[in-house]
Design a protein around this ligand. Structure first.
Ligand SMILES: Cc1cc2nc3c(=O)[nH]c(=O)nc-3n(C[C@H](O)[C@H](O)[C@H](O)COP(=O)(O)OP(=O)(O)OC[C@H]3O[C@@H](n4cnc5c(N)ncnc54)[C@H](O)[C@@H]3O)c2cc1C
Length: 211
């Protein structure tokens, strides 16, 4: 285990059939197999043309004394586009997020934060007029997804003995755990049938097949 260690290079050694991973603090790690599970940064290591990014925004409010007008404090997720999602926290705050924007430039994304914050609070007041909420924390972030909405296990000729886990989108926390299991099974047992469902060259990811 090499915790808190940033990977900054890779080289396939044909003679030993291993991958040499270099780190920012000057170490070299020799591996039979490599799984790149670097989140969005994985696309900096290996660009994947079927992954794209938008910008998304969230606000967390002050602690609300009375949330009784919110039925069972149910999680709300709109199917509208642009969408909103809302939930309460254990310490009685409200998190409201969404209003995604198509930009994928950090400066453009961040310049819209104040406007999006005000808009999110406005939407909250519209949905819950009896709740008096003020924004206490707010943030902007990139949000990535694949063309067909399904995560990708990337196996590329340019990266022998390596897997790329692109577990993005709305169920990314679930996708990442599921696909990690499949990759481990393929490595340790030599075969995993389900891996083929997620490969980067599946027909569903072909832009020509996306309507
Ligand atoms: C605003 C937002 C809201 C979301 N909401 C939901 C949701 O409601 N439900 C849901 O299921 N998913 C949600 N997701 C998606 C989910 O967070 C991701 O899909 C999931 O975290 C992906 O897991 P991962 O382990 O593949 O990557 P990550 O969780 O991104 O972990 C990657 C790790 O790799 C590290 N890393 C990167 N580069 C290097 C390097 N060179 N060397 C070493 N380490 C490196 C990073 O520091 C990071 O710790 C949301 C994402 C965003 C941005």
């Amino acid at each position: 285990m090499y915790e808190n260690t940033e990977v900054n290079g890779h080289r396939y050694n044909k003679e030993t059939d291993t991958v040499e991973i270099t780190t920012r603090n000057g170490q070299t790690i020799f591996a039979k197999k490599v799984i790149y599970s670097a989140g969005y940064e994985g696309t900096d290591i290996k660009k994947e043309k079927t992954v794209s990014f938008v910008s998304t925004y969230t606000v967390t409010t002050n602690q609300i004394a009375d949330l009784s007008t919110w039925y069972k404090r149910t999680l709300i997720w709109e199917t509208a586009r642009p969408y909103l999602y809302l939930r309460t926290t254990d310490d009685n705050r409200i998190i409201i997020g969404g209003l995604d924007d198509h930009t994928n430039y950090p400066e453009d994304r961040d310049s819209k934060l104040m406007h999006k914050k005000n808009k999110l609070i406005q939407e909250l007041k519209h949905m819950f007029p009896a709740i008096h909420a003020e924004p206490e924390f707010f943030s902007a972030a990139f949000y990535g997804g694949t063309v067909d909405g399904i995560p990708i296990i990337g196996k590329y000729d340019a990266f022998p003995n390596s897997y790329f886990l692109y577990a993005f989108r709305d169920n990314g926390t679930v996708y990442s755990q599921l696909l990690a299991k499949l990759i481990v099974q393929e490595i340790t047992e030599g075969y995993c049938e389900e891996v083929s469902l997620y490969l980067e060259d599946r027909p569903q990811l072909d832009q020509k097949n996306v309507h």
